[in-house]
Design a protein around this ligand. Structure first.
Ligand SMILES: Cc1ncc(COP(=O)(O)O)c(C=O)c1O
Length: 402
């Protein structure tokens, strides 16, 4: 770190950027994926009904997440809708969700006619705050969807205790948290169902894809059936015992995913070191606070890295200007979600279904409006020199200026 790197004029004002090189791409692949894809092609069996690869993926992924059953599907959004249906959520039922998450957590409920009710997050972790669950429960509440945000498990002690108090089903949205664990239990295997995404930005991906895991054989039957046009496991081809979707994954996707799973442990080890190093550097910068990792987290898989910029409250750059200045220094970053309680499409659909108007969520709104900045997975996959440039650029943008 040189004084000019961190204290010269900001690049956004014409100064020299800290970095000009792009970060590495995502995903990573090699001969293993090429061989696996060709193998799937040459097998002549491209669909999962007769193939072996999707079935193997379901078994390996479930075992990896410590669950008895894995049921694959086309993406993480429909995995959530199917999971909600499989645990008995009906149109008009209320489902508790955090507001600081990807829209799918709420839209998956709305798409089956259920109503998301927002439970604010803890500003220090961006994870659902279990202390706020009781106040959101009504006689219509059926389920809760804790989101394991950015690779960090939510406080599952608090969530499971609240679920027990109010007889709620628990769907863990683990789209961003493959391999993460709470008190030694992998996410997805703690609640009734866990759902995962294999969309192209995800830590394990095949461009698109999803998975549901459960320990309950009755729930597994329903997940399988809703994913498989309402069929019955031992039924006839044209026997449909309920309405379902065709949400089957292809053998090509499974071929890639099985190989990506083998790369995953080394990648997580790398990202964990990156996150620890970044935190050690960022903690030394006045006004910059990395997110807190809850005590019960025994495996954080660092899908992305977030920090809070508190300088705006002290007359420093407003968050959006901070984010733009950091981009100009050559560090890609995101200013994060629009809290879902404020999303117009979500609000309109809740109103159309006759649900209660979403309440304000002060922590999520403060995070979104004033504080939280996100660095994505390719940065965490970078080298120590890359991370030093990230920290240098943040130091430069955070420095007080006359
Ligand atoms: C928290 C969360 N839930 C659900 C999803 C939906 O997954 P998919 O994009 O595979 O539909 C995502 C994907 O970005 C996500 O981040």
């Amino acid at each position: 770190m040189t004084a000019t790197a961190t204290h010269g004029p900001l690049a956004i004002h014409g100064g020299t950027p800290v970095r000009t090189a792009p970060f590495g791409g995502w995903p990573q692949w090699g001969e293993e994926e090429e061989r696996a894809l060709l193998g799937a092609l040459r097998s002549g069996t491209w669909g999962s009904l007769d193939g072996t690869l999707v079935k193997r993926l379901e078994q390996e992924f479930a075992a990896f997440q410590g669950a008895r059953y894995g049921v694959s599907c086309v993406n993480g959004t429909l995995a959530l809708s199917v999971a909600l249906k499989a645990v008995g959520v009906e149109p008009g039922d209320e489902v508790l969700v955090p507001p600081y998450t990807f829209i799918a957590t709420a839209s998956a409920a709305l798409m089956i006619g259920a109503i998301p009710v927002f439970v604010d997050v803890d500003l220090e972790t961006l994870l659902i705050d279990p202390e706020r669950i009781d106040a959101a429960v009504t006689p219509r509440t059926r389920a809760i969807i804790p989101v394991h945000h950015a690779g960090s498990p939510a406080d599952m002690d608090g969530v499971m205790a609240a679920a027990q108090r109010h007889d709620l089903r628990v769907i863990e949205d683990a789209a961003q948290a493959h391999g993460a664990a709470w008190r030694g239990t992998p996410v997805g295997a703690i609640g009734d169902v866990g759902t995962f995404s294999f969309q192209s930005s995800k830590a394990i991906n095949a461009g698109e894809g999803g998975m549901m895991v459960t320990n309950d054989p009755a729930v597994e039957e329903l997940l399988w059936s809703y994913r498989n046009v309402g069929r019955r496991k031992d039924g006839e081809w044209y026997e449909h015992v309920r309405l379902g979707w065709n949400l089957r994954l292809t053998e090509f996707q499974a071929a890639v995913l099985l190989e990506q799973m083998r790369r995953f442990p080394a990648q997580v080890a790398h990202r964990s070191e990156s996150a620890a190093y970044l935190s050690s550097r960022l903690e030394a910068i006045p006004g910059v606070v990395p997110l807190r990792v809850p005590d019960g987290v025994t495996a954080h898989t660092w899908y992305s890295y977030h920090f809070r910029w508190l300088g705006e409250h002290d007359g420093g750059l407003p968050k959006l200007a901070f984010s733009a200045a950091l981009k100009a220094e050559g560090i890609p970053n995101f200013h994060g979600y629009v809290p879902l309680n404020r999303n117009a499409a979500v609000r309109a659909e809740i109103a159309r279904l006759g649900g209660p108007e979403p309440a304000a969520c002060p922590a999520a709104e403060r995070a979104a409006d004033h504080e939280v900045i996100m660095l994505s997975l390719p940065i965490l996959m970078g080298s120590r020199a890359d991370l030093d440039q990230v920290a240098d650029a943040i130091t430069k943008v955070a420095a007080p200026r006359a």
